[in-house]
Design a protein around this ligand. Structure first.
Ligand code: RB5
Length: 153
């Protein structure tokens, strides 16, 4: 699988570990940065990864910041993105099965390395169940289409 990675400074250490984990598993990784622990701004990297996923340049994306919250807020602004902030394997699995998540968000300050690897593994192994869940994603797409530039939809 071709997987885009992105993090800010707070997520950099875990992003690097996840990169090695994915490479060992035989995945192709596209690293959109950041490349150090120097303070930077998470929306920059969430945007890069979300666009790569949205345009179909990669199969999936993984974003890491301190909590995962900022990354998920930004990624979900982009067309076709279903970014899921997951704290455990169950959430990761369900975000694939029911929500067809295409970006996984993690918090470096929230989950340890081993738990993060288990979450990533569970997320990559699970598949969208379709069926009744497809209709719900279609409703999300409708909401997305009707989104206005200003004001509420
Ligand atoms: C950086 O200190 C922190 O705010 C950021 O990594 C992230 O947790 C934001 O949601």
């Amino acid at each position: 699988m071709k997987i885009a990675l992105g993090s800010d400074h707070a997520g950099f250490p875990l992003k690097e570990k996840i990169k090695q984990f994915l490479l060992k598993k035989g995945h192709e990784v596209v690293d959109f940065g950041t490349l150090s622990e120097s303070p930077t701004d998470y929306p920059i990297y969430a945007k890069k990864v979300a666009l790569a996923v949205s345009k179909g340049e990669v199969d999936k994306g993984i974003l890491v910041c301190g909590t995962g919250i900022g990354m998920s807020i930004v990624a979900n602004k982009f067309k076709g993105i279903r970014a899921a902030l997951c704290l455990n394997e169950y959430m990761a699995r369900m975000s694939r099965k029911h929500n067809n998540s295409n970006i996984l968000c993690l918090g470096d300050r929230v989950v340890g390395e081993e738990l993060a690897f288990s979450i990533v593994q569970a997320w990559l192994e699970a598949s969208f169940e379709g069926g009744r869940h497809r209709k719900r994603l279609e409703i999300i797409e409708e909401i997305e289409k009707n989104r206005r530039t200003h004001g509420t939809p």
